[in-house]
Design a protein. Structure first.
Lengths: 384, 778
């Protein structure tokens, strides 16, 4: 479904060019939950931003090829990208509070997505909405009242401030009559609004939010962290995307809320059959959720394969190091020696070679390529 | 429901502020000679004067006088204005619509152009469009408003007046409105009136008269709004929710819509300030365009020592500003759902509001009741201060705990050293002989600084290494910012001009003997302006060029009507500007940092009281207050001017620094340091102050420009030091008189230098903000 080939992204900074991504290869299949794991700064998020063309201005994609269902979207036009964003690829971010607009109500933020990507559905529903011919009677009556009183005043009084005021009121009330039909509840706009609210509430219900209509009418800061993330998910799903990118969706949340959100994502995936790309640094999340996993290190993919395989029998020395750094039942904790390389001046050859325990001389010269069919490893020393 | 509580609270808080304003006007009125003057008309006989004194308790002790004054203000008896021969309260009603109409139009011009421009600049961040808009905005705030008005007036109303048909001044064509076709004017707002009367001719006439003054006023306030909007947009565009909006697939216009909604919130809060700025600006604009509003009346009142009008106007403009701020606060609460509407009510606030409410009520109803309340409040205040001091002293355990009073004492010394007149021999001056002069004070501070470096020499040397790296980075960023470099060049040139003034414009023997800062009159050129001796500078065909010193090069930039050499005035005026700007900024910053940091850091009751005091000062438009101080003391010396400027400027400074301190105090690393057991002293000096220093430097740099603009404004209105002191604003006002003779040089060049000075410092400050703020690096 999603295929990324040899993606290279660079950041131009004061200190020099940061080679954030150096040939990333991914292959996500329809209907699976795909995990991208790695330490902070290894390029997980940059990969997804490159895909969505959401990179900051200092960054650029230098080479590579990204395709969605066979369509090359590497250099897709801005208008095509807008259809893709939210419509075909939804995205969830790390910190829900800062990722939601603080001054817009939840329903407005969600209905924006619906209006953009669910136009047909919205129109269909608008046709069906039958709200009768009711309009708020008070508006008409108060308009009539204002007109009569002001008319009375400016006919009676002369040359005074109240007279001016009355004149202004009279004319503005006349203008009010013009807009009266718009206020009727069976006008098209009113019915669309009803349909929209219906869809917003549905999408909130879909993410198991209790009391969805109340949530829809609140501002983000009035909700708890878990509810905010559910709103984020509802917003991402409102456009019915086929691919959902979840960028560290649980990092900012409590442990109990984390598992709720993960469960929810899993259930939603089963219900809708969409594909999910899970970006995380948490190996536990990956083990629990993902069908297949990619491990990234310093802007490169080092290993790809089935989650069970990678966890039971990691091939790449980096993955092995990562897994042995997890607290387990009977083993002693170990850590990988050295530290993450500076991407301004990355090591030549295999980027992991300075820290690798099995590195040979040629590792610091030749860049290892991903090899293997289903299960791929980028290492000179590993034989499949 | 909660919003209504909030509105009620804001309304209640205006009462003590208004009370504070009357306290200021009352103390101003004490500074004048005849206490009965505000109530006298030209026909008042001595017997009537005695009656007035008796009626208003003018010979009674101070508290009684104050209560009577308060009661008069509340009952609408604001005295009698000599300048327009009407009671002040009635005159305000006549004059106000003109100013209101002008301000509203200017406000509309400013907001409708500034917000789109600010958004546009932020989208094109750091490209040439952005630099262009920024320069446009900076020029708007750097150009002295009176000079800009004069240029517009000369260019569009005088030189090309035949084509544009724009009038030179006044509000309407008197023939049309009063003789040919008089229409009803129920509102006093001419545009509204002509619409109500349905007369296109009148509407067009009123509108044509408004274009130039409104454009002048609008440009000045547009500038600040653009800069604010741009900055806020840049902030918001970096937020996560903007990325979310993009990821939803919104078009870029919609994304900008999302962002601008958020960016509007802080912009709206400053629109109230902008309104006060309009009132200040209208004083200058109305003077130039002879617009018959409050501003013009203010100036006439100042020049004729029409005290009641001055005091009445101060109160009235304060009420307007307070109302504008109130509306803005409500709009803010409405716009930003996150604003906390109720939790900030404190006991101090309730007490202050309650007491001022009681005092107002008592003064309104009865003199003796008011006096009783006042004495009770006075007693409570004294008791409170005594109690607080005793409490504070009981908590002092070490001598280093006394740092806060020590700092306040130090500030007092700095302030006094500036106002100390070394030549004064009065008895009071004798007491303050121990205080060093300003220059000595600077030397002492320099010495302390060098000493502290010498004592920690090894530490200083070791800190040089990383600092060098930092400097390299900063200078790189500085060079990348063409506008900042431009600003630095301008500032350096102007400072060099002040430094080498004796070389650039050598004074004559007589001038050296007197005081080189004073310009020399050349009487045989009296009432006969000499054009500049360089033809392309004259903007005018050259007819004859003679100078006092050497016929060949004469007056390089021409002369004014008293034969003052404009070039000499400009060169030596830079010393006046530098002197005033440095002293005012230095003192203002000192006061603001001490009070702001203490009040922001400790918060609570101290903060509450300090904020209410700054509220009172901020309620009165700056220029109006400065003018009132100068006019009432009737002493236009340059020292008095500085005094007025500091009084006007410190509350703004304090507010900003307090907000910074408040923000930093809550940051995690300060909490962490506190958790580690650091003392208040250490927290303030090691954590809070160094983090404020960026904004202090930036604001101080910008205000170096702002102060000179205010100084020039005062000088233009005729309050710029002695009559022959070299001062730029004064030179412009000399030139103004000859505008309609087409002799443009006399106002053009001094104004240009003022604009350059302000522009240079604004650009530099803007650049510094970008460079010093570590968040801006990428």
């Amino acid at each position: 479904m999603l295929e990324i080939k040899n993606l290279k992204t660079r950041f131009n900074t004061y200190d020099g060019v940061v080679k954030a991504l150096e040939g990333v290869n991914l292959d996500v299949k329809e209907g699976e939950i795909f995990g991208i794991v790695g330490e902070t700064g290894c390029g997980k998020s940059v990969t997804s931003y490159s895909l969505m063309q959401l990179l900051p201005r200092t960054a650029e994609v230098v080479s590579g090829n990204m395709s969605l269902d066979g369509e090359d979207i590497t250099y897709a036009s801005e208008s095509r990208m807008r259809e893709i964003r939210g419509g075909e690829i939804g995205m969830i971010f790390q910190d829900p509070l800062s990722a939601l607009n603080p001054v817009m109500k939840v329903k407005d933020q969600i209905s924006e997505v619906i209006r953009l990507h669910q136009k047909e559905e919205l129109e269909n529903r608008t046709e069906k909405v039958d709200s009768g011919n009711e309009r708020n009677p008070y508006i008409l009556w108060s308009l009539i009242f204002v007109s009569i009183v002001s008319l009375f005043y400016f006919l009676k009084l002369e040359d005074s401030f109240t007279d001016t005021l009355a004149k202004l009121l009279f004319w503005s009330s006349l203008v009010g009559y013009v807009f009266l039909p718009e206020m009727e509840s069976n006008s098209y706009r009113a019915r669309t609004a009803v349909a929209e609210t219906e869809m917003v509430v549905e999408s909130l219900r879909q993410v198991r939010l209790p009391n969805p209509s109340q949530v829809a009418n609140s501002y983000p800061h009035e909700l708890s962290g878990g509810m905010q993330q559910r709103v984020m998910i509802a917003m991402a799903l409102a456009g019915r995307p086929r691919l959902l990118i979840a960028d560290e969706p649980t990092t900012a949340l409590d442990v109990t809320i984390q598992s709720q959100i993960l469960d929810l994502l899993k259930k939603l995936q089963k219900e809708t059959g969409m594909t999910i790309v899970m970006i995380t640094h948490d190996l536990g999340v990956v083990a629990e959720m993902c069908d297949r996993v990619t491990v990234m290190y310093a802007g490169t993919v080092v290993e790809t394969g089935n989650a069970s395989e990678i966890f039971s029998d990691p091939k790449h020395p980096y993955t092995q190091g990562l897994l042995s750094a997890l607290p387990g039942e009977s083993k002693e904790l170990s850590s990988i020696g050295g530290s993450v390389p500076d991407l301004l001046d990355p090591p030549s050859g295999c980027r992991f070679n300075p820290r690798c325990s099995i590195a040979k001389a040629h590792c610091s010269v030749d860049v290892p390529l991903l090899k293997g069919e289903d299960y791929k490893v980028a290492c000179h020393e590993v034989k499949l | 429901m909660k919003l209504w509580l909030y509105v009620g609270r804001r309304l209640a808080l205006t009462i003590p502020v208004l009370l504070g304003v009357t306290l200021i006007t009352f103390s101003l009125s004490l500074g004048m000679g005849d206490p009965a003057a505000p109530y006298m008309t030209e026909k008042t006989t001595p017997e009537q004067r005695d009656k007035i004194i008796e009626q208003h308790n003018l010979d009674a002790p101070l508290p009684e006088r104050y209560i009577t004054y308060l009661s008069n203000v509340l009952h609408g008896e604001w005295g009698f204005s000599k300048t327009i021969n009407k009671p002040v309260s009635e005159a305000v009603k006549i004059k106000f619509p003109a100013t209101l109409e002008l301000s509203i139009l200017a406000f509309i011009i400013a907001v409708t152009t500034a917000i789109p421009l600010g958004i546009f600049a932020s989208i094109r961040h750091n490209r040439w469009e952005d630099h262009g808009v920024r320069l446009f905005a900076l020029i708007g705030s750097a150009v002295p408003i009176f000079w800009f008005a004069l240029i517009l007036k000369y260019w569009f109303a005088f030189k090309y007046g035949d084509i544009t048909n724009l009038p030179l001044g006044y509000r309407f064509d008197a023939f049309l409105w009063e003789l040919d076709d008089p229409i009803e004017r129920p509102t006093g707002l001419l545009l509204v009136d002509s619409i109500l009367a349905g007369s296109w001719v009148h509407f067009k006439d009123a509108f044509m008269h408004m274009i130039l003054p409104a454009a002048t006023l609008g440009y000045a306030s547009m500038a600040t709004t653009i800069r604010l909007m741009r900055g806020n947009m840049l902030d918001v565009l970096g937020q996560d929710y903007v990325r979310t909006a993009k990821a939803k697939g919104l078009s870029s216009t919609k994304v900008i819509g999302h962002a601008s909604k958020n960016a509007m919130i802080p912009t709206v809060t400053l629109l109230g300030m902008g309104f006060a700025g309009l009132l200040s600006g209208s004083v200058l604009t109305e003077t130039i365009f002879q617009w018959p509003g409050l501003g013009l009346w203010t100036i006439q009142a100042m020049r004729n020592l029409d005290v009641s009008a001055i005091l009445g106007l101060v109160i009235f403009s304060a009420v307007l500003t307070i109302l504008a701020n109130l509306l803005v606060d409500i709009a803010y609460a409405y716009l930003d759902p996150r604003v906390d509407l109720g939790s900030q009510i404190s006991i101090v606030e309730i007490v202050i509001v309650f007491l001022s409410f009681i005092l107002l009520g008592a003064a309104y109803s009865d003199l003796s009741l008011g006096l009783t309340v006042l004495s009770v409040i006075g007693f409570l205040a004294v008791a409170g201060i005594a109690f607080a001091t005793a409490y504070f002293l009981s908590t002092v355990r070490e001598i280093s705990d006394l740092w806060a009073p020590a700092m306040l004492f130090g500030t007092a010394i700095v302030v006094m050293s500036i106002f100390k007149n070394p030549e004064s021999n009065s008895e009071i001056a004798n007491y303050f002989r121990f205080i060093p002069d300003f220059s000595q004070l600077v030397l002492i501070m320099l010495a302390i600084w060098i000493l502290s470096i010498a004592m920690n020499w090894s530490e200083f040397v070791s800190s040089l290494g990383p600092r060098k790296e930092e400097w390299k980075r900063m200078s790189y960023q500085f060079v990348c910012n063409p506008l900042a470099v431009f600003g630095l060049v301008i500032v350096t040139l102007l400072l060099l001009m002040a430094l080498f003034a004796p070389v650039l414009a050598p004074p004559t023997e007589a001038q050296l003997e007197r005081d080189p800062m004073r310009m020399e009159e050349n009487f045989h050129f009296n009432h006969d302006l000499q054009p500049p001796c360089i033809e392309w500078l004259s903007l005018h065909p050259l007819e004859g060029c003679t100078g006092e010193r050497g016929e060949e090069n004469g007056f390089i930039l021409g002369s004014t009507n008293k034969g003052y050499d404009i070039y000499y005035g400009i060169v030596w005026g830079s010393r006046t500007s530098l002197d005033v700007a440095v002293k005012v900024v230095f003192t203002g910053t000192f006061i603001a940092v001490v009070i702001g940091v203490i009040s922001g850091y400790y918060g609570g009751r101290v903060d509450e009281v300090v904020m209410r005091i700054t509220d009172v000062f901020l309620a009165i438009p700056g220029l109006v207050l400065a003018l009132a101080i100068i006019a009432v003391t009737n002493d236009p010396s340059i020292e008095n001017l500085m005094y007025a400027l500091i009084i006007v400027w410190w509350p703004g400074f304090t507010r900003i620094i307090r907000a910074e301190a408040l923000r930093i105090r809550k940051l995690p690393y300060v909490e962490a340091a506190r958790a580690a057991g650091a003392s208040d002293f250490r927290l303030i000096f090691v954590h809070v102050l160094p983090n404020c220093i960026t904004s202090i430097i930036v604001i101080a740099t910008m205000d170096m420009g702002g102060i000179v603009l205010s100084l020039a404004g005062l000088g233009f209105l005729g309050f710029g030091g002695g009559p022959d002191l070299a001062e730029w604003g004064k030179l412009v006002s000399f030139g103004q008189e000859h505008l309609l003779a087409g002799e443009t040089w006399a106002f053009f060049y001094p104004g240009l230098v003022i604009a350059l000075w302000a522009l240079g410092f604004y650009l530099l400050g803007d650049g510094l903000r970008d460079i010093l703020d570590p968040r801006q690096r990428d």
